[in-house]
Design a protein. Structure first.
Lengths: 379, 529
């Protein structure tokens, strides 16, 4: 079996992979949901938009659920502390997500314009709200979160929901919404034609630019306006995890340290910028397939930037810095990490294989004529 | 800090969201396999009516599935939001099956359900059939991993407490997977799902038969449901949860409570058919008993005794007293990991640590617990008897009625004259909600019967909650109830609408309402009148 330190690092990477997978896969259908009321001007057009993701949204949503399950299994303290601390943010995300399964499945089962347009806005909420909340959550993690542990590792969170909505966190929310909607717009361009495709291209340019600008602004802010955290005691990466067994200090510009120590790390944000710019150019010149690949790379670059900046921190505590959770001390036991790695190595390739097959089977342009011809069997 | 109000509200929210989620799960588990049977018949016989059956029952499957997905998301995240200390304390074990469920089962089910609905024209019939099979396998594997997680809550094998990390840690993954409690639960739960789905198809088919429409379609659906339902009803009883009851201590406590067995009896114990359990006086005010029955059901032997409530309590008192020592030693170890005396004291008492933690409900300082507090803790180790006693009996009673109904349905299916048996058709129709009642009661028996623990003998429920204010939970609970009620109304409306419409909803032009609505040429319609 791998040594504990390696497993801890592997799981940091794997949770990152799952979050990026979520952003690429569930992200594109959330983006489609966000754009739905704007790129589809009548019922037929909207049905065409919805049916580009109809066979896939459910499988894609499992990236979200699996990421949640993997955080539970690999980082139980993060799962416990973050989800209970961000209680109302989590509730808002959950309730927004409620609109998706029912919105997709029930919308076209009844021929009533009010019914259908209500669900369209439901799908909009289900597409736009969760990315904003996840971005806001990341924005708060970067600033540190007011929680602390007692002797028995029971956590107390002393912030409120409204404190989560501070200016930097909201900017992070904009980055996240922009990134996901950009992804959705590029996907939509691939699977539609005519008017819908033209509107999706406009959306791609708007949200690509929004992401680029807000990501740059957030980067500047992290470098100059936000205190990072550093571990001031010695770290034994192979030790049994105990978050209280360390000392931590707040330090201006600490989130830039990793880029100074590891020059290759700079390529993560640089990749994000290049991919965002490339995605916009490719969308502009009408190469949606390549634009989608570029925006997928941008998702990886943006999420990776947050991870690399904070490493080894996952959830710093602004209230009691030594309670901060890191890659070394929020993890499961070596056995559990090993078992979970085994399961991931076996199943992840299979998942990628059959998901690709499902897309291949359903590939092609979804047109309003197709909707008309299959009125009873499509969404 | 962790007030009783907070704990009760957190439990209530979990119960509401879990019971609600479980309204949709059983139908998904069972209907998926009924779709497999129907489609297999289609690919073998090549008769289009079986394709129509797969598609129509698939439509109802989809309406139900959407809410299963919606409410399932809540379950995946609620452990973290509302049960933070639980998540930390046992996440090392409990998280793994949930994550593996996602990787192994949920991806499979959710990816192929898309192709099931939208792939009819894009796949050949064998390919589509494989898609349906994988969807059904995925949904049932999903139940397997959830019940492995749940089985561990009842019988926590393959794990050990670590005072450094202050949590339970996995020591043997395969012990957790092959936990006999988990396996028994899995078989019982999926069988219950098959019964639910069979009765759903049987009842709605009966409705068409009673209305005299789409007879060929309804007859074939009825037969499949009767056969599948009979096998499932048999399995849900024979492979009942009770087969696992002698394995773990948790289940012995639960069984004593379910059976209102206040004292240990000589083997084989009698089965209490009817009683008026009195929790305050700790006895039954009135009872009707069948000799030997319980011993046979519970232990599958004539010589093994089953412990009664009073005896279990006495044993628990000793464990609580040893647990007090364990808690004290742990507190010393948390202050100083090199306190060797505390460490050896802890090692000899740690098996009872959970019982010591029960006292945390009454005092922050367990070492100072008064005899009254210890007595309270001892009494709390047995869940209230009356609700369990009755829930269990209603569930089992319904189980036998399902078996009778399906036996008759199968008998007349083989004879071929079930269409004339109006009473049978009416019974099937009005019995549609019953499997849901049985399933919800089953959940209640399993989970309420485990109280006062979230993990039996390891972690008390009142310590498991997130440290939030009660006002937060009132608000989120109200939100869940509001959302879920609205969604349920919408779902039921669509379900009833499409069930009434029947196969006409496929738009193939072959079925009842399409003739009536003038889908046929005007001449054909007027000729009918």
């Amino acid at each position: 079996m791998l040594d504990y330190e390696t497993l801890k690092l592997v799981w940091w990477l794997l949770v990152g992979v799952l979050l990026v997978g979520f952003a690429i896969m569930d992200g594109h259908d959330m983006g489609v949901g966000t754009l739905l009321p704007f790129v589809g001007r009548n019922d037929l057009e909207r049905r065409a938009v919805i049916n580009t993701v109809a066979p896939h949204w459910d499988g894609n949503q499992v990236w979200f659920i699996t990421a949640g399950g993997a955080i539970f299994a690999a980082w139980p303290l993060i799962y416990a502390t973050a989800f209970s601390g961000f209680y109302w943010a989590m509730m808002a995300a959950l309730w927004a997500l409620f609109f998706r399964p029912v919105g997709f499945d029930y919308r076209s089962k009844i021929q009533n314009p009010t019914w259908r347009s209500t669900w369209d806005w439901g799908l909009f909420i289900g597409g736009a709200v969760p990315p904003i909340i996840f971005g806001v959550a990341f924005g708060n993690l970067l600033q540190g979160v007011p929680f602390q542990f007692n002797d028995t590792l029971q956590s107390t969170y002393s912030g409120s929901f409204w404190q989560l909505l501070n200016p930097f966190a909201l900017l992070a929310g904009v980055v996240s919404l922009g990134m996901i909607t950009f992804q959705g717009a590029n996907y939509l361009m691939m699977r539609t034609e005519g008017d819908i495709q033209r509107r999706a291209r406009t959306a791609s340019l708007i949200f690509g630019a929004l992401t680029l600008v807000s990501f740059a602004a957030a980067g500047w802010w992290v470098a100059h306006g936000i205190d990072g955290y550093v571990i001031t005691s010695t770290v034994d990466p192979n030790a049994l995890p105990d978050p209280l067994d360390k000392t931590v200090a707040r330090e201006a510009g600490a989130w830039m340290h990793n880029y100074a120590h590891y020059p290759w790390a700079k390529w993560v944000p640089i990749t994000a910028f290049i991919a965002l710019a490339a995605g916009m150019i490719l969308a502009r010149v009408g190469r949606p397939g390549l634009a989608f690949i570029a925006s997928s790379v941008a998702c990886a670059g943006i999420i990776g930037t947050a991870g690399v900046s904070m490493f080894p921190f996952l959830m710093p505590s602004s209230l009691d810095p030594r309670s901060s959770l890191t890659v070394w001390d929020s993890v499961s036991s070596q056995l559990t990490l090993g078992v979970m790695l085994g399961a991931t190595v076996i199943f992840m390739p299979l998942i990628i294989f059959y998901t690709s097959w499902a897309y291949k089977v359903m590939w092609g342009k979804v047109t309003t004529e197709y909707i008309r011809a299959n009125d009873k069997s499509v969404y | 800090m962790l007030t009783d109000e907070l704990v009760d509200l957190s439990r209530l929210q979990f119960a509401v969201t879990a019971l609600y989620h479980f309204l949709f799960v059983p139908l998904t588990l069972g209907l998926a396999f009924i779709l497999v049977i129907m489609e297999l018949t289609y690919v073998i016989t090549d008769r289009p009516i079986y394709k129509d059956m797969t598609r129509f029952w698939g439509k109802l499957f989809g309406i139900n599935f959407a809410l299963g997905v919606t409410t399932g998301i809540t379950m995946e995240f609620q452990f973290g939001t509302n049960w933070a200390y639980y998540s930390h304390y046992v996440g090392d074990i409990f998280g793994a099956p949930l994550a593996i469920e996602g990787l192994m089962a949920f991806f499979l089910e959710s990816t192929f359900i898309g192709l099931f609905f939208f792939g009819w024209d894009k796949l050949n019939k064998w390919q589509h059939f494989m898609v349906t099979v994988l969807m059904a396998v995925g949904s049932n594997l999903s139940a397997l991993w959830i019940l492995i997680a749940n089985g561990w809550m009842q019988n926590p094998v393959g794990a050990e407490f670590s005072y450094t990390t202050m949590r339970m840690e996995m020591t043997d993954f395969w012990k957790i997977v092959f936990n006999p409690d988990a396996q028994a639960k899995f078989v019982h739960t999926v069988s219950a799902g098959y019964v639910t789905a069979s009765l759903f198809v049987l009842g709605i088919s009966s409705y068409y038969l009673l209305k005299g429409r789409d007879l060929d379609f309804a007859r074939r659906s009825f037969r499949i449901a009767a056969g599948f339902g009979f096998a499932s009803a048999l399995s849900v009883i024979v492979l009942g949860d009770e087969s696992g009851y002698t394995v773990g201590e948790a289940q012995q406590t639960k069984m004593a409570a379910i059976e209102a067995m206040w004292h240990t009896e000589p083997a084989p114990a009698a089965f209490t058919l009817f009683a008026l359990p009195n929790d305050t006086a700790q006895r039954n005010d009135y009872e009707i008993r069948i000799p030997y029955m319980l011993g046979l059901i519970g232990t599958r032997s004539l010589s093994q005794t089953l412990p009664g409530i009073a005896e279990i309590k006495e044993k628990n008192r000793e464990r609580i007293e040893r647990g007090i020592v364990a808690v004290g030693a742990l507190e010393r170890l948390r202050r100083d990991k090199n306190d060797w005396e505390a460490r050896s004291l802890f090692d000899t008492h740690k098996a009872d640590l959970g019982f010591g933690l029960l006292l945390k409900k009454y005092t922050a300082n367990v070492a100072q617990a008064t005899p009254e507090m210890i007595q309270q803790a001892v009494d709390s180790t047995i869940p209230r008897v009356a609700p369990l006693f009755w829930s269990f009996r209603i569930m089992v009673g319904l189980g036998f009625l399902f078996l009778v109904l399906f036996s008759l349905a199968l008998f007349y299916s083989i004879k071929g004259n079930f269409i004339e048996k109006k009473w049978l058709l009416r019974w099937a129709l009005w019995f549609i909600p019953m499997p849901w009642i049985a399933a919800e009661l089953g959940w209640f028996v399993a989970e309420y019967g485990r109280q006062p623990w979230t993990i039996y003998g390891v972690l008390p429920t009142h310590l498991s909650v997130s440290n939030l204010s009660a006002a937060n939970i009132y608000a989120s609970l109200a939100g869940f109830i509001g959302f879920y009620t609205l969604l349920l109304v919408i779902e039921m409306y669509l379900m009833v609408k499409y069930a009434r419409l029947g196969p006409s909803s496929l738009g193939s032009g072959k079925y009842h309402h399409e003739h009536a609505a003038g889908a046929l040429p005007a001449g054909a319609l007027s000729a009918k009148h």
